[in-house]
Design a protein around this ligand. Structure first.
Ligand code: NAX
Ligand code: ADP
Ligand code: MG
Length: 276
């Protein structure tokens, strides 16, 4: 039976911060992505993770993106994703990894992805987005034992699952592939669905004002931030999906298009309004 993601989901998830907490309480996220051409994608994902409240955020990217990332977000640590020792230690030290936003699909990207998948441990959560999904599908990469969260748009889901776009309306077909992957799947569309081990949830927020490049990169970073802080992974994922589009709905009352960075700036306010 389909369940719905609503404001109640967010209120059930977002917690008032304990007085004696510190940055370590809120998780360490490592994000990997951003080629020379797609720096914006990893900047948006990183900003979304920080604005969602992740305690410590490290971004591994092409060095051409360092200055622009720092100019907008001094809170993030940045390193070169070609430095294999640094990549491995940053992944090992994280509670949550986000990979694929603007990673690209060339040989460099493939090697970086393979290193990350080889390094991830069973107790870690990894959000696999964008180019990383395409690379896994194209090269039939084997998946690590870890808490896997895929965030495909419909074309990426087709690549990964083999399910045609019309057939993706069939929840049972999507579920069967989710079971094979043994992952949480966020199937993005105008009615984003979240497939977990036991349930299928459909989001109730979202607007065509969101149909703009970088919107999914922003969601990937938010999911990272929510999963790093809130212990129930399924609820954290569903609440990030809800918040991302609820903020967009609010802005779209007065805007024709809603930009990813505008959503990002409203995340702290949304979380405050829904903490419990
Ligand atoms: N500013 C940036 O740096 C940006 C970088 N991006 C990165 O670019 C890489 C490629 O991702 P893309 O998604 O652009 O390219 P893809 O080639 O993966 O997917 C786009 C193709 O899928 C088709 N499609 C069909 N249904 C779709 C749906 N519901 N949603 C989206 N596409 C649908 C489109 O028509 C198009 O042909 C990713 O790593 C992504 O993170 C994009 O996010 C755009 C912004
Ligand atoms: N018409 C729409 N209604 C609601 N949400 C939308 C609509 N179009 C796009 N979105 C949302 O925007 C995001 C697009 O993700 P994606 O295609 O990965 O973007 P990108 O890779 O450019 O960042 C998803 O979260 C999707 O649900
Ligand atoms: Mg995307």
């Amino acid at each position: 039976m389909m369940k719905y993601i609503t404001e109640a989901t967010a209120k059930q998830t977002i917690r008032i911060r304990p007085t004696d907490s510190f940055k370590g309480t809120y998780g360490h996220i490592t994000l990997v992505g951003g080629s020379q051409n797609f720096g914006g994608a990893i900047i948006m994902a990183t900003m979304a993770a920080v604005y969602s409240g992740a305690g410590l955020v490290t971004t591994l990217t092409d060095p051409v993106n360092r200055t622009s990332l720092h100019a907008q977000l001094p809170e993030a640590m940045v390193a070169d994703y070609h430095d294999e020792a640094m990549l491995k230690s940053s992944v090992s030290g994280a509670d949550v990894i986000v990979i694929g936003c603007g990673l690209g699909t060339d040989d460099d990207a493939l090697n970086i992805l393979k290193t990350v998948l080889d390094t991830v441990q069973p107790d870690q959560k990894i959000i696999i987005d964008g180019s990383a999904i395409t690379l896994i599908a194209t090269h039939h990469l084997s998946l690590p034992k870890a808490h896997l969260i895929f965030t495909p748009h419909q074309m990426e889901w087709k690549r990964l699952s083999g399910i045609s776009l019309p057939d993706q309306a069939d929840v049972d077909k999507n579920k069967a592939v989710r079971d094979q992957l043994n992952a949480t799947v966020v199937l993005k569309s105008s009615h984003t669905q979240v497939y977990t081990a036991n349930d299928v949830f459909e989001n109730t927020t979202g607007t065509p004002a969101q149909a703009t490049g970088g919107m999914g990169d922003t969601l990937a970073g938010m999911i990272g931030g929510f999963v790093a802080q809130f212990s129930n992974v399924d609820l954290a994922v569903a609440s990030a999906v809800y918040a991302h589009s609820a903020i967009a709905d609010e802005l779209a009352q007065h805007q024709y298009v809603v930009l990813p960075h505008q959503i990002i700036h409203h995340i702290p306010e949304f979380m405050k309004a829904n903490e419990a």
